[in-house]
Structure formats: structure tokens, C-alpha cells
Design a protein around this ligand. Sequence first.
Ligand code: AMP
Ligand code: GLY
Length: 424
Amino acid sequence: MKILIVGSGGREHALAWKIAQSPKAEKIYCAPGNAGIAEYAQCVDIKAMEFDKLAAFAKKEQIDLTVVGMDDPLVGGIVDVFEAQGLRIFGPRKNAAILEGSKAFSKDLMKKYGIPTAAYENFDDPEAALNYLETKAEFPIVLKADGLALGKGVLICQNLEEAKAGVKAIMEDKQFGAAGNRMVIEEFMTGREVSVLSFVDGKTIRPMTSAQDHKRAGDGDTGLNTGGMGTFSPSPFYTKEVEEFCEKYIFQPTVDAMAAEGREFKGIIFFGLMLTQKGPRVLEYNARFGDPEAQVVLPRMKNDIADVFEACIDGTLEKTDLQFEENACVCVVLASSGYPVKYEKGYEIRGLESFKDKDGYYVFHAGSAFRDGKIVTNGGRVLGVTAKGEDLKAARANAYEAVQWIDFDNKYYRNDIGKAIDEA
Ligand code: AMP
Ligand code: GLY
């Protein structure tokens, strides 16, 4: 098979690495890709939102399967464009990717079908939102821009004053652009967060092993929210009991609800869960692999991923038994200092060769580029240094050892990825 991956981050690097293990993968392309992905795939200079150019490329190169890593093209309808031209593509159509593309939609869906989540109200008018905050709200409270906002459109407000400023930022100043045309105001919950990614074929769902992300920039969960500073898998807090609850009340009900709404979902559903005192609750849905969740989940997956993608497209996932190794994996993101606000790029990355031929160690590139025959930093998140181990403690020790193999100016990382496992 000739396979095209759409995207350019650490998640897409992990996907390219995993797809390359498949005996079926004869040639892999990635648009636009990065310097690390180039080891497994031929990078093509087409942007993820250039659907017509991507489809023309897929036709010209006789691509057998396209896999979309990112949220924007899915929510924007890339799958519909490809399907209309008879091209095979893995991911939800536009009418199903709305599960991630609109938080107001996903909250209404959960309410209608009784899927456990935080209590909420949707607003498309700032006056009504302010009135609600003044008369009915309990603090802290959570404000969410309805649309895609690079994971930054969520504000946790401690009091009325902060919440009023939040409504202004989202709905009036449009800090997150059109994503803030509507807004969700929701109950603040507390508990452990767990990410569960799953394959879906429209009717059947096959959850992957669990993971946990670290969204804040600084040690001890301080600082600003980022795209994710590191992950570990599995989560020790995602017990058999929690898993059974989620399968019965969250996972299959979500797939069935989408089908019942005439929005059959094929692709990845990423459940962002919070394990509250009252049980697991959905924080958010994503319609794609997590980044950097994919970096710790895919190295532990035993199946040929090309087979699983095909089963999802063909509606035969029922026959697939997903299998994961009985070990653990930890990813520590190496970022450019200043991320997620302001940072410099273009510094040489040294030490990448240390990962060659080291079983169970991986360096997934998030933001890198070639310059004058060298690989240089090219983003806020630069690399995802990843290692397996027989358990979480061993994987964490291995990952932090490998972090020392890499060197670049302004290298920054969190020292406490996976620290929560000490409390498990
Ligand atoms: P989301 O993009 O919806 O996952 O939100 C980003 C982050 O905000 C989550 O990972 C949580 O840490 C936090 N968050 C979102 N919703 C809530 C909530 N209802 N209560 C507490 N924290 C929340
Ligand atoms: N790591 C969180 C996400 O991919 O949305």
C-alpha cells in the first residue's frame, strides 16, 4: 500500500513510525511532515488545509490510504473531499468530526443520550452568559470557547470578576477567533484526568490502552496550558472497574448516539475523562489521536495498524482484537524555553543518533526542520523523547535518561512527567 499521512507533529511521527512497521506499507508520504518524519516517509510540501491539492496528490501518486492526524482538516471536512473523489481515507466526515469541532454540540449530545459529563449551559450571546454568571453560577466555574482553539480555549475562573473577563475575552474580544462565537459554561470538576483513544468503525468501538497527559508548562502543574508536555501509559488510575463503567456508560453510548443522530463516526474518538468522586465524566471529545498520547500508546500496540485503519473504514472492526504489550511507556516533551508564549527557533539539535538501534527508545519530532544539512529546532514543542520499560517507574527512568542524550540551545522540559504514578 501507498499511505499518505496528513500532519507535521510528534503524533504524526509516531504514526509514521507505526505504519512503517506494517508489511503492507510499501511507500509512506507525509504532508507536510518534518525532519524526523522524513526518516520513514517522503515529505510533501502541501499544507494540511489544502484539501484539493492533497486529493490531487493522492490521485496522482495512487495513494491507497490517507490517514489524518490533525483536528483542523478533519473538522474542516477533508474526509468528505477525499471520499467525493473516490479516495480512501481514515477519519470522521465533517458531520461527525463536529464531536470535537463544537463543544456545544458535544455537550448537547451527552445530555440527550445520558452520557456522564459536567452540568452546563450553552450561550451564543455574551449578555445572556453574563446574566447567567451573575444570577446562577457557582465558583470556580469553567468557560469554554465552542470551537477549536489549540487546546487553549478553556478558562477556569475562580470568581465572578474572572468569569466576566473570560466572557469578554472569548465572545467579545474574540481571543480564540470564531471559536468564541458560542461558548459553554460548565460546572468545575475535580479528579484525575485520563485519556482513552479508541478506534471506531461507525458501530463498533475498540478502546486502546489508557494514557495521561500533562498540559501545564511547568513542574507541579504550574504555568500556562500547552499542547501537552509529556505523557505516560497506562494510567494506574484507570482500573478495571473504571474501564467497565466507561465501556458501558460512555464509549459505546457515544458511538451509538452519533449513529442515531445520522452522524456515523469512523476514525479515532479520544475521550478526555475526569475520574471524579461521583464516577468518570467526559471532559471533552477529540476526533483524532492525542499529541503526545499517540507517542506512548502506539509503541505499546501489537496490531498491524494498517489493518485496523482498514477495518474502521470497511466497518469490520468487530473482528479485530486490539492488543497492547504488558509494559509501560513515558514521553517527555523537549520544548523551546518560553513555550507556549514566545520562543526562538533554528538551533541545531545534537544527539539524535543516540537513539539509533536502541530498542524501546524513540525520539519523535514535534517541531524540527533541515537546515544546511543539520536538523534544527522549528517549534515550541521540539521533540518527544519516549521510552518503554517493564513498568511505569522503569519507563520513566529510561525516558529521563534518554532526555540527557539530546542537546539544543534553550532546551526546556518538565522534570515530573509521570510523577503521579508514585501516588498510585
Ligand atoms: P478540554 O480542552 O475540554 O479538555 O479542557 C482542557 C483542560 O481544562 C482539561 O484537561 C482539564 O484540565 C480542564 N477542564 C476542562 N473542563 C473542566 C471542568 N469541567 N472541570 C475542571 N477542569 C476542567
Ligand atoms: N494531548 C491533548 C490533545 O491531543 O488534545
